[in-house]
Design a protein around this ligand. Structure first.
Ligand code: NAD
Length: 279
C-alpha cells in the first residue's frame, strides 16, 4: 500500500524498514550548513538521510544527527563507498572512515556508489561481511543497470536490498523498475526532482495536477515516485522546501494521472550513464 504518512516505511527483503522519503545532501557544504539541514529535516519528521563519502559532508551530517537528539534507532542513515575505494580491504577501510565521520556505531544502509568494472564483486563481498557483522543493517547498490545486477546476483550470498538510481519523470527506467520489483530489490530515486530543472515543473500535466490537488509541482512529482513504489531522497537546505517535499501524504494520484506523468519520459539523464562513466 502506498505510504500514508512521513513515518511510514517500506519493508526491504531482509525485513529492515526504510522511510519512503529521506533528505539528500549531495553538494551541501560540510559543517554547520549540512548539520542545520539535517536538524531541520528531522524536526520536520524526516528520519532518513542520504549521504556518501564522496559528498565530503559526513562529519556535518553526524553533527546534525547528534544535535537533533532523536533516538538513534529511529533514524535511517545511508552512506556509499566511492569508486576509488572499491575492492575488498579498501571498502572495509572506507566504511570505517565513513562510520567514524558520522559518529555512529552502525549504518542503516551502505551502497556501492557506482558499478566500477572488475571491482564491484569484491566490493560486494566486503559489504556482505559488514552486514553479517551487524555494522550495517542493509546493503545495496547504486547506479546498477539490469546487467550489473544479474552479474552481481550470480555470485552474491546476499541480494542487494536497494538500488539507488537516477529516476524522475524524464527518466522513468521502466525495465529496471520492473526487474527490481521482480527481484525484491527496492528502487530508490536520486535526483527525484530532476534537480529542480529541465522544465519539468512547467509541463502542462504537472502544472494542471498541482492546481487540481492544491500542491506544488515538486510535490506532484514526489507523490508519483511513491505511487510507483519508489523511495525518494529529494535534496534541499531550505526549511520551507524540506517541509514541502515531505507534505505529500494527503492526496492520491489516479492511475491515469500516474501514466500521464510517466508519459513525460525522454530517457534523459542528468547524471552520468552507468555504462559509460570514467570516475
Ligand atoms: P533533486 O532532484 O533532489 O533536486 C534538488 C534541487 O531541486 C534543489 O537543489 C533545489 O534547487 C530544487 N528543489 C528542492 N526542493 C524543491 C521544491 N520543493 N520546489 C522546487 N525546487 C526544489 O537532486 P539531487 O540533489 O541531485 O538528488 C537528491 C539526492 O540524491 C542527492 O542529494 C543525493 O543524496 C542523492 N544522489 C545520489 C546519486 C548517486 O549516484 N547515488 C547521484 C545524485 C544524487
Amino acid at each position: 500500500m502506498t505510504a500514508q504518512s512521513l513515518a511510514d516505511r517500506v519493508v526491504l527483503k531482509n525485513g529492515v524498514e526504510i522511510p519512503w522519503i529521506g533528505l539528500g545532501v549531495w553538494k551541501v557544504e560540510d559543517g554547520d550548513i549540512v548539520a542545520q539541514a539535517v536538524k531541520t529535516a528531522i524536526r520536520s519528521g524526516y528520519r532518513s538521510i542520504d549521504t556518501a563519502a564522496k559528498y565530503n559532508n559526513e562529519s556535518g551530517v553526524g553533527q546534525g544527527i547528534k544535535e537533533s537528539e532523536v533516538p538513534r534507532e529511529e533514524l535511517f542513515i545511508t552512506s556509499k563507498v566511492w569508486n576509488s575505494d572499491q575492492g575488498y580491504d579498501s571498502t572495509l577501510q572506507a566504511f570505517e572512515e565513513s562510520r567514524k565521520k558520522l559518529g555512529l556505531e552502525y549504518l542503516d544502509l551502505y551502497l556501492i556508489h557506482w558499478p566500477v568494472k572488475g571491482k564491484y564483486k569484491e566490493t560486494w563481498k566486503a559489504l556482505e561481511k559488514l552486514n553479517k557483522e551487524g555494522l550495517v543493517r542493509a546493503i545495496g547498490v547504486s547506479n546498477f543497470q539490469i546487467h550489473h545486477l544479474e552479474d552481481l546476483l550470480a555470485g552474491a550470498e546476499i541480494t542487494p536490498q536497494v538500488n539507488q538510481v537516477e529516476f524522475h519523470p524524464r527518466l522513468t527506467q521502466k525495465p529496471l523498475l520492473e526487474y527490481t520489483k521482480q527481484q525484491g530489490i527496492q528502487l530508490e530515486a536520486w535526483s527525484p526532482l530532476a534537480q529542480g530543472g529541465i522544465g519539468l515543473f512547467d509541463e502542462r500535466v504537472i502544472v494542471d495536477l498541482a492546481r487540481k490537488y492544491g500542491k506544488s509541482p515538486a510535490q506532484i512529482v514526489l507523490r508519483w515516485d511513491l505511487q510507483n513504489g519508489v523511495v525518494a531522497i529529494p535534496k534541499s537546505v531550505n526549511e520551507g522546501r524540506i517541509r514541502e517535499n515531505a507534505d505529500i501524504f494527503d492526496f492520491t494520484l489516479t492511475d491515469e494521472e500516474i501514466s500521464a506523468i510517466s508519459g513525460l519520459n525522454q530517457d534523459k539523464r542528468l547524471g552520468a550513464d552507468p555504462d559509460n562513466f570514467n570516475f
